[in-house]
Design a protein around this ligand. Sequence first.
Ligand code: ADP
Ligand code: ASP
Ligand code: MG
Length: 404
Amino acid sequence: MSLIVQKFGGSSVKDAERIKNVARIIAETYLKGNDVIVVLSAQGDTTDDLIAKAGEINPHASKREMDMLLSTGEQISVALCAMALEVMGLPVVSLAAWQVGIQSSGVHSDARIRRIDSERVQAELDQHRIVIVTGFQGVDRSGDVTTLGRGGSDTSAVALAAAFRADLCQIFTDVDGVYTTDPRLVPNARKLDEITYDEMLELASQGAQVLHNRSVELAKKFKVNLEVVSSLERKPGTKVKEVTKMMEKTNIAGVAKDTSIARIALVGLQHNPGVAFQVFDLLSKHNINVDVILQSIGREETKDITFTIHKKDQEEAETILNEHRAALRFDHIEADDKIGKVSIVGAGLMSNCGVAAKMFEALYEAGINIQMINTSEIRVSVLLDEEDVNRAVKAIHAKFFDEI
Ligand code: ADP
Ligand code: ASP
Ligand code: MG
Protein backbone atom coordinates (compact mmCIF):
# COMPACT_ATOMS: atom_id res chain seq x y z
CA MET A 1 0.00 0.00 0.00
CA SER A 2 1.26 3.46 -0.91
CA LEU A 3 0.37 6.98 0.09
CA ILE A 4 -0.33 9.10 -2.97
CA VAL A 5 -0.98 12.86 -3.10
CA GLN A 6 -3.00 13.94 -6.14
CA LYS A 7 -3.45 17.62 -7.00
CA PHE A 8 -5.95 18.86 -9.57
CA GLY A 9 -5.78 22.40 -10.97
CA GLY A 10 -8.57 24.83 -11.80
CA SER A 11 -9.32 23.62 -15.32
CA SER A 12 -9.45 20.00 -14.10
CA VAL A 13 -12.34 20.85 -11.72
CA LYS A 14 -13.97 23.66 -13.70
CA ASP A 15 -17.51 22.15 -13.86
CA ALA A 16 -19.60 19.21 -12.65
CA GLU A 17 -18.40 16.90 -15.44
CA ARG A 18 -14.74 17.62 -14.69
CA ILE A 19 -15.30 17.10 -10.95
CA LYS A 20 -16.88 13.72 -11.67
CA ASN A 21 -13.89 12.88 -13.88
CA VAL A 22 -11.50 13.83 -11.05
CA ALA A 23 -13.54 11.72 -8.60
CA ARG A 24 -13.12 8.73 -10.93
CA ILE A 25 -9.33 9.16 -10.99
CA ILE A 26 -9.22 9.44 -7.19
CA ALA A 27 -11.53 6.43 -6.76
CA GLU A 28 -9.38 4.30 -9.04
CA THR A 29 -6.26 5.14 -7.02
CA TYR A 30 -8.04 4.48 -3.72
CA LEU A 31 -9.62 1.21 -4.85
CA LYS A 32 -6.18 -0.12 -5.77
CA GLY A 33 -5.53 -0.05 -2.03
CA ASN A 34 -3.66 3.25 -1.72
CA ASP A 35 -4.10 5.97 0.88
CA VAL A 36 -5.01 9.15 -0.99
CA ILE A 37 -4.66 12.81 -0.06
CA VAL A 38 -6.17 15.11 -2.69
CA VAL A 39 -5.43 18.81 -3.10
CA LEU A 40 -7.72 20.97 -5.21
CA SER A 41 -7.60 24.45 -6.74
CA ALA A 42 -10.59 26.73 -7.18
CA GLN A 43 -12.84 25.88 -10.16
CA GLY A 44 -11.86 27.37 -13.54
CA ASP A 45 -11.50 31.16 -13.36
CA THR A 46 -13.01 31.44 -9.87
CA THR A 47 -9.95 33.13 -8.34
CA ASP A 48 -9.86 35.76 -11.12
CA ASP A 49 -13.62 36.27 -10.80
CA LEU A 50 -13.31 36.82 -7.04
CA ILE A 51 -10.54 39.37 -7.60
CA ALA A 52 -12.79 41.19 -10.08
CA LYS A 53 -15.68 41.11 -7.58
CA ALA A 54 -13.49 42.70 -4.92
CA GLY A 55 -12.41 45.35 -7.42
CA GLU A 56 -16.03 46.44 -7.93
CA ILE A 57 -16.27 47.23 -4.23
CA ASN A 58 -12.78 48.27 -3.16
CA PRO A 59 -9.89 48.27 -5.64
CA HIS A 60 -7.50 48.85 -2.71
CA ALA A 61 -8.88 46.17 -0.39
CA SER A 62 -6.52 45.01 2.33
CA LYS A 63 -4.55 41.85 1.62
CA ARG A 64 -6.12 40.20 4.67
CA GLU A 65 -9.64 40.63 3.32
CA MET A 66 -8.52 39.53 -0.16
CA ASP A 67 -7.21 36.31 1.40
CA MET A 68 -10.53 35.79 3.21
CA LEU A 69 -12.27 36.09 -0.14
CA LEU A 70 -9.88 34.12 -2.37
CA SER A 71 -9.60 31.17 0.01
CA THR A 72 -13.31 30.45 -0.51
CA GLY A 73 -12.73 29.27 -4.09
CA GLU A 74 -10.83 26.19 -2.97
CA GLN A 75 -13.43 25.43 -0.27
CA ILE A 76 -16.12 25.12 -2.94
CA SER A 77 -14.02 22.65 -4.94
CA VAL A 78 -13.17 20.33 -2.05
CA ALA A 79 -16.78 20.08 -0.85
CA LEU A 80 -18.10 19.39 -4.37
CA CYS A 81 -15.46 16.75 -5.05
CA ALA A 82 -16.17 15.04 -1.72
CA MET A 83 -19.87 14.96 -2.71
CA ALA A 84 -18.95 13.28 -6.02
CA LEU A 85 -17.03 10.58 -4.12
CA GLU A 86 -19.94 10.16 -1.68
CA VAL A 87 -22.19 9.36 -4.65
CA MET A 88 -19.75 6.60 -5.54
CA GLY A 89 -20.13 5.22 -2.03
CA LEU A 90 -16.55 5.93 -1.01
CA PRO A 91 -15.48 7.20 2.44
CA VAL A 92 -14.25 10.76 2.09
CA VAL A 93 -13.78 13.96 4.05
CA SER A 94 -12.97 17.46 2.80
CA LEU A 95 -10.87 19.75 4.97
CA ALA A 96 -9.95 23.42 4.73
CA ALA A 97 -6.33 24.32 5.49
CA TRP A 98 -7.23 25.60 8.98
CA GLN A 99 -8.86 22.27 9.83
CA VAL A 100 -5.75 20.36 8.74
CA GLY A 101 -3.42 22.70 10.50
CA ILE A 102 -1.44 23.97 7.51
CA GLN A 103 0.46 26.63 9.40
CA SER A 104 1.81 29.52 7.40
CA SER A 105 3.62 32.81 7.77
CA GLY A 106 1.43 35.89 8.10
CA VAL A 107 2.37 37.51 4.78
CA HIS A 108 -1.06 37.83 3.19
CA SER A 109 -1.23 36.91 -0.52
CA ASP A 110 2.33 35.52 -0.42
CA ALA A 111 2.47 33.29 2.65
CA ARG A 112 4.96 30.45 3.15
CA ILE A 113 3.99 27.11 4.68
CA ARG A 114 5.80 26.78 8.04
CA ARG A 115 4.58 23.35 9.13
CA ILE A 116 1.72 20.92 8.72
CA ASP A 117 0.08 19.25 11.71
CA SER A 118 -0.38 15.59 10.95
CA GLU A 119 -2.97 14.47 13.56
CA ARG A 120 -6.25 15.25 11.77
CA VAL A 121 -5.26 13.98 8.33
CA GLN A 122 -3.59 10.90 9.80
CA ALA A 123 -6.70 10.12 11.86
CA GLU A 124 -8.83 10.31 8.70
CA LEU A 125 -6.39 8.12 6.75
CA ASP A 126 -6.43 5.62 9.60
CA GLN A 127 -10.22 5.44 9.12
CA HIS A 128 -9.50 4.66 5.44
CA ARG A 129 -11.03 7.90 4.27
CA ILE A 130 -9.95 9.80 1.19
CA VAL A 131 -8.85 13.23 2.45
CA ILE A 132 -9.48 16.25 0.21
CA VAL A 133 -7.65 19.43 1.22
CA THR A 134 -7.98 23.03 -0.01
CA GLY A 135 -4.88 24.12 -1.94
CA PHE A 136 -3.36 27.61 -1.99
CA GLN A 137 -3.86 28.46 1.68
CA GLY A 138 -2.69 28.23 5.25
CA VAL A 139 -3.45 29.74 8.61
CA ASP A 140 -1.08 32.10 10.40
CA ARG A 141 -0.20 32.39 14.09
CA SER A 142 -3.22 34.61 14.78
CA GLY A 143 -5.59 32.13 13.15
CA ASP A 144 -6.10 34.19 10.00
CA VAL A 145 -6.37 32.57 6.60
CA THR A 146 -3.48 33.39 4.27
CA THR A 147 -2.94 32.49 0.62
CA LEU A 148 0.31 31.25 -0.88
CA GLY A 149 0.48 33.31 -4.10
CA ARG A 150 -1.12 32.59 -7.48
CA GLY A 151 -0.68 28.99 -8.55
CA GLY A 152 0.10 28.03 -4.94
CA SER A 153 -1.97 24.83 -4.83
CA ASP A 154 0.97 22.93 -6.32
CA THR A 155 2.97 24.00 -3.26
CA SER A 156 0.22 22.81 -0.90
CA ALA A 157 0.31 19.41 -2.60
CA VAL A 158 4.09 19.00 -2.42
CA ALA A 159 4.15 20.24 1.20
CA LEU A 160 1.56 17.60 2.15
CA ALA A 161 3.52 14.95 0.23
CA ALA A 162 6.67 15.93 2.15
CA ALA A 163 4.91 16.10 5.53
CA PHE A 164 3.33 12.64 5.12
CA ARG A 165 6.32 11.13 3.29
CA ALA A 166 4.08 10.22 0.37
CA ASP A 167 5.37 7.68 -2.14
CA LEU A 168 4.24 9.85 -5.03
CA CYS A 169 2.92 13.38 -5.65
CA GLN A 170 0.97 13.71 -8.90
CA ILE A 171 0.13 17.15 -10.30
CA PHE A 172 -2.82 16.68 -12.66
CA THR A 173 -3.34 19.53 -15.10
CA ASP A 174 -4.67 20.44 -18.56
CA VAL A 175 -1.44 19.49 -20.39
CA ASP A 176 0.08 16.01 -20.33
CA GLY A 177 3.45 17.01 -18.91
CA VAL A 178 6.23 19.56 -18.94
CA TYR A 179 7.16 20.70 -22.44
CA THR A 180 10.22 22.42 -23.89
CA THR A 181 8.09 25.58 -23.83
CA ASP A 182 4.41 26.46 -23.38
CA PRO A 183 2.69 24.15 -25.91
CA ARG A 184 -0.13 26.68 -26.27
CA LEU A 185 2.31 29.21 -27.72
CA VAL A 186 4.54 26.80 -29.66
CA PRO A 187 2.45 23.84 -30.88
CA ASN A 188 5.49 21.76 -31.83
CA ALA A 189 7.04 22.03 -28.35
CA ARG A 190 8.24 18.62 -27.14
CA LYS A 191 7.11 16.77 -24.07
CA LEU A 192 9.91 15.90 -21.66
CA ASP A 193 9.82 12.41 -20.11
CA GLU A 194 11.84 13.73 -17.21
CA ILE A 195 13.46 16.91 -15.95
CA THR A 196 15.73 17.68 -12.98
CA TYR A 197 14.45 19.59 -9.95
CA ASP A 198 16.98 22.34 -10.70
CA GLU A 199 15.89 22.79 -14.31
CA MET A 200 12.21 22.68 -13.38
CA LEU A 201 12.80 25.20 -10.60
CA GLU A 202 14.42 27.64 -13.02
CA LEU A 203 11.70 27.14 -15.65
CA ALA A 204 8.96 27.64 -13.06
CA SER A 205 10.67 30.68 -11.55
CA GLN A 206 11.03 32.19 -15.02
CA GLY A 207 7.33 31.92 -15.77
CA ALA A 208 6.55 28.34 -16.90
CA GLN A 209 3.20 28.24 -15.18
CA VAL A 210 2.86 24.46 -15.20
CA LEU A 211 4.32 24.20 -11.66
CA HIS A 212 4.47 26.80 -8.89
CA ASN A 213 8.17 27.47 -8.31
CA ARG A 214 8.01 26.94 -4.56
CA SER A 215 6.48 23.50 -5.09
CA VAL A 216 9.62 22.49 -6.98
CA GLU A 217 11.85 24.01 -4.30
CA LEU A 218 10.06 21.90 -1.65
CA ALA A 219 10.12 18.79 -3.82
CA LYS A 220 13.89 19.10 -4.18
CA LYS A 221 14.45 19.80 -0.49
CA PHE A 222 12.36 16.84 0.71
CA LYS A 223 13.12 14.55 -2.25
CA VAL A 224 9.45 14.26 -3.20
CA ASN A 225 8.74 11.88 -6.04
CA LEU A 226 6.91 14.36 -8.30
CA GLU A 227 5.18 13.99 -11.65
CA VAL A 228 3.06 16.19 -13.92
CA VAL A 229 0.23 14.35 -15.69
CA SER A 230 -2.95 15.10 -17.61
CA SER A 231 -6.32 14.87 -15.87
CA LEU A 232 -8.02 14.40 -19.25
CA GLU A 233 -5.93 11.69 -20.94
CA ARG A 234 -4.38 8.57 -19.44
CA LYS A 235 -0.78 8.65 -20.58
CA PRO A 236 2.66 9.00 -18.99
CA GLY A 237 3.54 12.53 -17.93
CA THR A 238 6.83 14.14 -16.90
CA LYS A 239 8.84 13.01 -13.89
CA VAL A 240 10.67 15.70 -11.91
CA LYS A 241 13.72 14.23 -10.17
CA GLU A 242 17.25 14.77 -8.89
CA VAL A 243 19.12 13.42 -11.92
CA THR A 244 17.86 12.49 -15.32
CA LYS A 245 19.20 9.87 -17.72
CA MET A 246 20.85 12.37 -20.02
CA MET A 247 23.46 13.66 -17.62
CA GLU A 248 25.76 15.38 -20.08
CA LYS A 249 23.17 17.16 -22.10
CA THR A 250 24.19 19.41 -24.93
CA ASN A 251 20.80 20.92 -25.54
CA ILE A 252 18.69 23.08 -23.25
CA ALA A 253 15.68 21.71 -21.32
CA GLY A 254 13.32 24.52 -22.26
CA VAL A 255 12.35 28.15 -22.87
CA ALA A 256 10.18 30.17 -20.47
CA LYS A 257 8.60 33.62 -20.61
CA ASP A 258 7.39 36.02 -17.96
CA THR A 259 5.36 39.12 -18.73
CA SER A 260 4.31 39.78 -15.14
CA ILE A 261 7.33 41.93 -14.39
CA ALA A 262 8.04 45.67 -14.23
CA ARG A 263 11.38 47.46 -14.40
CA ILE A 264 12.34 50.26 -12.05
CA ALA A 265 15.40 52.47 -12.48
CA LEU A 266 16.70 54.74 -9.74
CA VAL A 267 18.56 57.41 -11.63
CA GLY A 268 21.33 59.59 -10.21
CA LEU A 269 22.14 57.76 -6.97
CA GLN A 270 25.23 58.81 -5.00
CA HIS A 271 28.25 56.67 -5.83
CA ASN A 272 28.89 55.77 -2.17
CA PRO A 273 29.17 52.46 -0.30
CA GLY A 274 25.89 51.23 1.20
CA VAL A 275 23.51 52.67 -1.39
CA ALA A 276 22.50 49.29 -2.86
CA PHE A 277 22.11 47.91 0.65
CA GLN A 278 19.75 50.73 1.63
CA VAL A 279 17.59 50.34 -1.48
CA PHE A 280 17.19 46.57 -1.38
CA ASP A 281 16.92 46.39 2.41
CA LEU A 282 14.01 48.82 2.20
CA LEU A 283 12.25 46.73 -0.45
CA SER A 284 12.83 43.45 1.38
CA LYS A 285 11.36 44.90 4.59
CA HIS A 286 8.17 45.41 2.57
CA ASN A 287 8.29 41.83 1.22
CA ILE A 288 9.00 43.01 -2.31
CA ASN A 289 11.05 40.43 -4.21
CA VAL A 290 13.64 41.78 -6.60
CA ASP A 291 14.83 39.77 -9.58
CA VAL A 292 17.32 41.05 -12.18
CA ILE A 293 19.57 43.85 -10.86
CA LEU A 294 21.86 46.01 -12.95
CA GLN A 295 24.05 48.85 -11.71
CA SER A 296 25.67 51.28 -14.06
CA ILE A 297 28.22 54.00 -13.42
CA GLY A 298 26.41 57.16 -14.39
CA ARG A 299 27.57 60.68 -14.96
CA GLU A 300 29.34 62.98 -12.48
CA GLU A 301 29.89 60.73 -9.45
CA THR A 302 26.42 59.24 -9.65
CA LYS A 303 25.13 55.83 -10.63
CA ASP A 304 21.87 54.23 -11.70
CA ILE A 305 20.43 51.03 -10.27
CA THR A 306 17.88 49.19 -12.38
CA PHE A 307 15.93 46.16 -11.20
CA THR A 308 12.84 44.12 -11.96
CA ILE A 309 9.98 43.21 -9.63
CA HIS A 310 6.53 41.67 -10.02
CA LYS A 311 4.00 44.06 -11.61
CA LYS A 312 1.72 43.71 -8.57
CA ASP A 313 4.44 45.32 -6.42
CA GLN A 314 5.22 48.23 -8.75
CA GLU A 315 2.94 50.85 -7.22
CA GLU A 316 4.02 50.02 -3.67
CA ALA A 317 7.73 49.97 -4.60
CA GLU A 318 7.53 53.39 -6.27
CA THR A 319 5.65 54.87 -3.31
CA ILE A 320 8.14 53.52 -0.76
CA LEU A 321 11.18 54.62 -2.75
CA ASN A 322 9.76 58.10 -3.29
CA GLU A 323 9.01 58.39 0.44
CA HIS A 324 12.70 57.69 1.12
CA ARG A 325 14.02 59.87 -1.69
CA ALA A 326 15.74 62.30 0.66
CA ALA A 327 17.60 59.54 2.50
CA LEU A 328 18.46 57.53 -0.62
CA ARG A 329 19.39 60.71 -2.54
CA PHE A 330 18.44 59.68 -6.05
CA ASP A 331 17.37 62.07 -8.75
CA HIS A 332 14.26 60.37 -10.12
CA ILE A 333 12.56 57.03 -10.80
CA GLU A 334 11.92 55.64 -14.26
CA ALA A 335 9.42 52.77 -14.33
CA ASP A 336 8.33 50.55 -17.23
CA ASP A 337 5.74 47.81 -17.06
CA LYS A 338 5.72 47.05 -20.78
CA ILE A 339 8.60 44.63 -20.54
CA GLY A 340 8.99 40.86 -20.41
CA LYS A 341 11.65 38.27 -19.80
CA VAL A 342 12.57 35.23 -21.86
CA SER A 343 14.86 32.56 -20.44
CA ILE A 344 16.56 29.39 -21.58
CA VAL A 345 17.29 26.71 -18.99
CA GLY A 346 19.57 23.68 -19.17
CA ALA A 347 21.79 21.73 -16.80
CA GLY A 348 24.93 21.85 -18.93
CA LEU A 349 24.37 25.37 -20.16
CA MET A 350 27.26 27.29 -18.64
CA SER A 351 29.84 24.71 -19.68
CA ASN A 352 28.65 24.84 -23.29
CA CYS A 353 29.94 28.23 -24.35
CA GLY A 354 27.96 28.41 -27.58
CA VAL A 355 24.55 28.21 -25.96
CA ALA A 356 24.11 31.85 -24.94
CA ALA A 357 25.44 32.98 -28.30
CA LYS A 358 22.90 30.77 -30.05
CA MET A 359 20.09 32.42 -28.07
CA PHE A 360 21.34 35.91 -28.94
CA GLU A 361 21.68 34.88 -32.59
CA ALA A 362 18.03 33.80 -32.67
CA LEU A 363 17.02 37.20 -31.28
CA TYR A 364 19.26 39.04 -33.75
CA GLU A 365 17.77 37.10 -36.67
CA ALA A 366 14.28 38.01 -35.45
CA GLY A 367 15.31 41.68 -35.17
CA ILE A 368 14.62 41.79 -31.42
CA ASN A 369 16.48 44.19 -29.15
CA ILE A 370 17.78 43.02 -25.77
CA GLN A 371 17.47 45.46 -22.84
CA MET A 372 19.19 43.53 -20.06
CA ILE A 373 20.90 40.13 -19.72
CA ASN A 374 21.09 38.00 -16.61
CA THR A 375 22.54 34.52 -16.05
CA SER A 376 22.78 31.75 -13.49
CA GLU A 377 24.63 28.39 -13.60
CA ILE A 378 21.85 26.83 -15.64
CA ARG A 379 19.97 29.80 -17.13
CA VAL A 380 20.29 32.79 -19.47
CA SER A 381 17.55 35.44 -19.31
CA VAL A 382 16.98 38.48 -21.48
CA LEU A 383 14.71 41.44 -20.84
CA LEU A 384 12.75 42.61 -23.87
CA ASP A 385 9.86 44.84 -24.88
CA GLU A 386 6.66 43.05 -23.86
CA GLU A 387 5.43 43.03 -27.44
CA ASP A 388 8.51 41.04 -28.58
CA VAL A 389 8.19 38.28 -25.99
CA ASN A 390 6.09 35.70 -27.86
CA ARG A 391 8.08 36.17 -31.05
CA ALA A 392 11.29 35.75 -29.08
CA VAL A 393 10.11 32.47 -27.49
CA LYS A 394 9.18 31.08 -30.92
CA ALA A 395 12.49 32.14 -32.50
CA ILE A 396 14.63 30.79 -29.64
CA HIS A 397 12.67 27.54 -29.43
CA ALA A 398 13.00 27.01 -33.17
CA LYS A 399 16.75 27.66 -33.01
CA PHE A 400 17.32 25.06 -30.30
CA PHE A 401 14.76 22.40 -31.19
CA ASP A 402 13.88 22.57 -34.88
CA GLU A 403 17.42 21.88 -36.04
CA ILE A 404 17.99 18.66 -34.05
P1 ADP B 1 -3.55 24.27 -13.31
O1 ADP B 1 -4.80 25.05 -13.38
O2 ADP B 1 -3.75 22.79 -13.53
O3 ADP B 1 -2.72 24.57 -12.11
P2 ADP B 1 -1.88 26.00 -14.92
O4 ADP B 1 -2.68 26.83 -15.87
O5 ADP B 1 -1.40 26.64 -13.68
O6 ADP B 1 -2.71 24.68 -14.60
O7 ADP B 1 -0.61 25.37 -15.67
C1 ADP B 1 -0.77 24.63 -16.85
C2 ADP B 1 -0.46 25.51 -18.04
O8 ADP B 1 0.91 25.86 -18.02
C3 ADP B 1 -0.63 24.86 -19.38
O9 ADP B 1 -1.97 24.94 -19.83
C4 ADP B 1 0.36 25.60 -20.29
O10 ADP B 1 -0.28 26.55 -21.11
C5 ADP B 1 1.26 26.34 -19.30
N1 ADP B 1 2.70 26.11 -19.53
C6 ADP B 1 3.65 27.10 -19.57
N2 ADP B 1 4.85 26.60 -19.80
C7 ADP B 1 4.71 25.25 -19.91
C8 ADP B 1 5.62 24.17 -20.16
N3 ADP B 1 6.93 24.37 -20.32
N4 ADP B 1 5.12 22.91 -20.22
C9 ADP B 1 3.80 22.68 -20.04
N5 ADP B 1 2.89 23.67 -19.81
C10 ADP B 1 3.33 24.94 -19.74
N1 ASP C 1 -6.74 29.19 -7.23
C1 ASP C 1 -5.41 29.76 -7.08
C2 ASP C 1 -5.03 30.55 -8.32
O1 ASP C 1 -5.81 30.63 -9.26
C3 ASP C 1 -4.37 28.75 -6.72
C4 ASP C 1 -4.07 27.70 -7.78
O2 ASP C 1 -4.83 27.54 -8.73
O3 ASP C 1 -3.05 27.02 -7.63
O4 ASP C 1 -3.98 31.12 -8.36
MG1 MG D 1 -1.31 26.06 -11.64
